[in-house]
Write a protein that binds this ligand. Structure first.
Ligand SMILES: Cc1ncc(COP(=O)(O)O)c(C=O)c1O
Length: 397
């Protein structure tokens, strides 16, 4: 038979499959596994948002909408971007898609050509490099330094630039590190983009999950780069709406019309019902967002306090999102049950087998010396998990 798609051959298989299936197996055997691997808030979607969706169904708002999203939702997103992010855009600069992931995928399809390079700072969200490849471009990985809280500035990026550089993907607050880029650094990166003529995809999906009085800064608010920034966001994390699948991008109209063209031939509009819910989430009462943020900050403090007392694990308090990305470098080379721990997959396997705690190996995010721990869980589970991790590690040879 003829060979199948070469493009798909270039996409990485999920490197966490082995760990996920081991977790499933142990759970099926009746083991009490604490899972700290999810990338979604554990809170329910706010009640008023759910009611808006029910109303949409009852009013038969259940047909195709405009491909780009309903006029009301696009207008509400433009207003939100103006008020929260100081980005001045019109409804025609917005494309609503099936989740933040789809939004970034469309953005890359809209701007990339074969041979283009896209800078992806590591640690990165697992999908960025693969989505770049699916857009026929090449991801150029830049390793952000841990001692700087995984942040970076224009000078760090300069050596990676070439005539092929088409874009950079920024993600602040960051998944998996929780790192937050400062306004000063973002201003420097914006200048670099103008000098070297590249686009900026700014994934701001964790903008509302930010701590210690920090204020999220949107690079798209800077006049000089207004036309070359694609701001990506969505309702998944801020409103605990991961299952509703609503994301959006804001960009110049040419980029929006290209991205919309891709979407029109691929999925058409995002769910009409979810769009009605997202409209209520964005326009309605915001008090649940703040309650979740406060709860996440408390959980972060509890878990950082517990984990930083464990010898062999080192971490800094992250400024946003709901993940810790501790270094496990000092555990490498140590042994359990005669087996040497060589990398982040081994550490995750060890924690699963010995502590019965599921975390995600850092290799999935571009670092084999870290693991990602999500704290989108109840405080009692976090405390219990930290205790189990401490005693498992203390038994390592
Ligand atoms: C950094 C980052 N960007 C985008 C997304 C995509 O979110 P959505 O569920 O809206 O597709 C995620 C989800 O985990 C994420 O962590």
């Amino acid at each position: 038979m003829k060979s199948l798609s070469k493009k798909v051959d270039k996409i990485e298989e999920s490197q966490t499959i082995a760990i996920t299936s081991l977790a499933k197996k142990l759970r099926a055997e009746g083991k009490n596994i604490i899972t700290l691997s999810a990338g979604e808030p554990d809170f329910p979607t706010p009640e008023h948002v759910k009611l808006a969706a029910i109303k949409a169904i009852q009013e038969n708002f259940t047909k195709y909408t405009q491909n780009e999203g309903t006029p009301e939702l696009r207008e509400a997103i433009a207003t939100k971007l103006h008020n929260d992010n100081h980005i001045d855009v019109k409804a025609s600069n917005i494309l609503v898609s099936n989740g933040g992931k789809h939004s970034i995928f469309n953005a890359l399809q809209a701007i990339c050509n074969p041979g283009d390079e896209v800078i992806v700072p590591a640690p990165y969200w697992v999908s960025f490099p693969e989505m770049v490849k699916l857009a026929d471009a090449t991801p150029v990985i830049f390793k952000a330094r841990e001692e700087n809280g995984f942040t970076f500035d224009a000078n760090d990026l300069r050596p990676l630039l070439s005539s092929k550089t088409k874009a950079i993907i920024l993600n602040s607050p960051n998944n998996p590190s929780g790192g937050v880029l400062s306004e000063e650094h973002l201003r420097g990166i914006a200048r670099l983009a103008v000098e070297n003529d590249f686009y900026i995809i700014s994934d701001e999906i964790y903008e509302k999950v930010i701590y210690d009085g920090n204020v999220h800064f949107s690079i798209g608010s800077l006049d000089d780069v207004h036309d070359r920034v694609i701001t990506a966001n969505g309702v998944s994390k801020a409103y605990s709406m991961t299952g509703w699948r609503i994301g959006f991008i804001a960009a110049n109209e040419e980029i929006i019309s290209r991205a919309a063209k891709v979407q029109s031939q691929m999925t058409s509009n995002a769910s009409s019902i979810s769009q009605a819910a997202a409209l209520e989430a964005i326009r309605g009462d915001q008090s649940e967002v703040e309650k979740m943020r406060v709860a996440f900050q408390r959980r972060r403090d509890i878990l950082v306090d517990k984990l930083s007392r464990i010898g062999g694990v080192s971490l800094k308090k992250p400024g946003g999102a709901f993940y810790l990305f501790p270094s496990i470098k000092n555990l490498l080379g140590r042994r359990y049950e005669g087996k040497v721990i060589r990398n982040s997959i081994d550490v995750s396997r060890f924690l699963l087998e010995k502590a019965q705690v599921a975390v995600v190996p850092g290799i999935a995010f571009g670092s084999d010396e870290h693991v990602r721990i999500s704290y989108a869980y109840a405080e009692k589970d976090l405390v219990e998990a930290a205790g189990r991790i401490a005693s498992a590690i203390s038994a390592l040879k």
